[in-house]
Design a protein around this ligand. Structure first.
Ligand code: ADP
Length: 553
């Protein structure tokens, strides 16, 4: 097979594949239809071109050169139509388009007479090159007119378009110019200019780039596309090979080979289609999930807003109750008898619990809205723990538990924290330890490790199972059957605590051997977060410097 026959075959295969691909990618899109039409012209031209090159007598060469011209005649007009569709200018170019189709239809009819192609004769190493008939000259003028007009329209739109469209037009312009320059080398020998059609192969490039530009923005699956192209190309090559057989036996063998390729391709295609179907189903599900997720987020936001508003509304009456109950207990409204005092104390305890719950809910909504505010200052952590002990000692004693604090000596350095918030965190840990311990008691210890301080709350209580440990610090997470021990918790304290500690650049975690074996809660906070950050940065720069130094030597 000669170089020209081979390039024509490649052009033919590419235009068939790309034409079909673009068409089936979006059958109802007018631009895709127009491109398929254009590919039809190039396909007819290219296949016939290949057979013309393979012809071994003048009659067959003349026949195939007329067929190839039948395709070539419609190339620029169908391309012009494609450009009008692409640029949405079909109404503006309608008249000129109709004129073109009529003119080229006329040349199409003339093509089968000697007025268009006179005959074939040897030229520049080609055994059968066609000669022009009289009608060929006006044809070539009109043909180039439509090619240039399409390029002109593309250029014009390129300068006024933006974004994706501009990119698309750029690709198409590059492809078109290269394709026409290369394709036009076919006409030189018709006019006895001794230059062979060296640019014929550029058609493949041209079609490829235009097809790419059309579908690129439709997000095609390149893997599936490549697989399909391969299958179709294999079949076309196997099919084309049948026609270059010399003996009957060769015909039979090649036909059988082609049928074999066809069968294997069918199996491959089936499995591809299944995969594509599954992928599409997955994409559909992913979209559905995304939608559901958006809705859930909306609901979550609404819920957070509701909690925030409700908690604010609840806080005022709770504070009023707290104030009046303590005034009553102090005897500001006259002497209160013992029985009433007991009742008032119960009211006060319940009210305190409610205040903690409302505070947790408020903190939760602030954390979720990213609106938690911190007021950093220097605090002596032992003082905070002392205050917590003072508040909770009575409760522990009433339960028959000890509550010990091992104060360090010498005292720890002051740490930069939001004292009120860290107090909330440790207070919740100690309160929990008292709540979830039946015998024994609670110990609070301290540790300093370089620029980190640890506060450790350990108890001899019910312990934590492995399952519970996993979600211990999550929102609304409470232990199994824990309501029996304490009906008032909401499972928010540890979650809020974790968020607060993390905002201080620290960590919080729990340790427990198992249920019934007591627990340890450890809060680790940097002495000065800003200093820690600076130190980390310094070390990073230092290690980078060392690395660079090592690299240099
Ligand atoms: P609440 O105590 O209101 O339920 P928390 O977030 O403070 O909320 O605690 C979450 C859960 O962690 C508790 O319900 C309990 O199951 C478990 N827990 C917390 N502290 C301890 C502890 N010291 N011993 C055993 N379990 C604990």
């Amino acid at each position: 097979m000669s170089f020209y026959a081979l390039t024509a075959l490649i052009n033919a295969i590419t235009s068939t594949v790309l034409g079909l691909f673009v068409y089936f990618k979006n059958k109802s899109a007018k631009t895709n239809q127009a491109f398929a039409l254009f590919c039809l012209s190039t396909t007819v031209w290219s296949y016939a071109y290949c057979f013309w090159q393979l012809s071994n007598n003048a009659d067959s060469a003349l026949f195939w050169s007329r067929v190839l011209m039948a395709g070539a005649i419609f190339i620029t007009i169908s391309y012009f139509y494609f450009v009008l569709r692409l640029l949405n200018k079909i109404n503006k170019g309608k008249k000129i388009l109709i004129f073109g189709f009529l003119a080229f239809s006329f040349f199409f009819l003339a093509n089968f007479t000697s007025l268009f192609v006179e005959g074939v004769r040897p030229k520049s190493g080609f055994a059968f090159w066609p000669d022009t008939g009289v009608l060929f000259h006006p044809f070539i003028l009109i043909w180039f007119f439509y090619a240039f007009y399409a390029i002109y329209l593309l250029f014009k739109s390129y300068f006024v378009s933006t974004g994706i469209k501009r990119n698309q037009i750029r690709y198409i312009l590059i492809g078109t110019v290269i394709g026409y320059l290369g394709g036009a080398t076919n006409y030189l020998l018709w006019y006895d200019i001794p230059i062979p059609p060296i640019g014929n192969w550029t058609t493949t490039f041209y079609l490829g780039i235009v097809a790419y530009a059309i579908v690129k923005y439709e997000l095609m699956d390149i893997r599936v596309f490549a697989a399909h192209i391969l299958i179709i190309a294999l079949n076309l090559i196997a099919f084309a090979y049948i026609f270059i057989s010399k003996t009957f036996g060769e015909y039979i063998i090649k036909t059988l080979f082609f049928l074999g390729v066809l069968f294997v391709s069918y199996l491959l295609k089936r499995s591809f289609d299944q995969e594509v179907k599954q992928e599409q189903e997955l994409k559909r599900l992913a979209r559905k999930l995304e939608k559901a997720n958006r809705k859930l987020k909306q609901l979550d936001r609404a819920k957070s807003e509701f909690i925030s508003i409700a908690s604010h509304q609840l806080r005022t009456p709770l504070s009023a109750i707290k104030g009046f109950v303590s005034l009553l207990l102090e005897g500001s409204y006259g002497e209160v008898n013992k029985k009433a005092k007991e009742a008032l104390k119960k009211i006060s305890t319940s009210n305190e619990r409610l205040i903690v719950l409302v505070n947790d809910l408020l903190n939760l909504s602030r954390i979720e809205a990213g609106k938690m505010q911190y007021d950093f200052d220097y605090w002596q952590i032992e003082d905070i723990v002392q205050e917590i002990k003072d508040t909770l000692l009575l409760e522990a004693k009433e339960k028959g538990l000890y509550l010990k604090v091992n104060f360090p000596s010498p005292p720890l350095p002051k740490i930069r924290i939001d004292g009120a918030k860290i107090k909330e965190v440790i207070s919740n840990l100690v309160e929990n330890a008292v709540k979830y311990t039946k015998q024994g008691g609670v110990k609070v210890g301290f540790k300093q490790k370089e620029n980190l301080i640890r506060i450790i709350v350990s108890d001899t209580g019910i312990g934590i199972s492995r399952d519970e440990m996993v979600r211990l610090f999550s929102k609304f997470s409470r232990g199994k059957n824990i309501s029996r021990l304490d009906a008032n918790g909401a499972g928010l304290g540890l979650f809020v605590g974790r968020k607060i500690v993390e905002a201080h650049g620290g960590r919080i975690w729990a340790e427990s051997e198992d249920k019934g074996k007591g627990s340890r809660f450890i809060v680790e906070i940097p002495i000065n977060l800003d200093e820690l950050k600076k130190e980390k940065k310094r070390r990073k720069i230092q290690s980078k410097g060392v690395k660079k130094f090592v690299e240099e030597i």
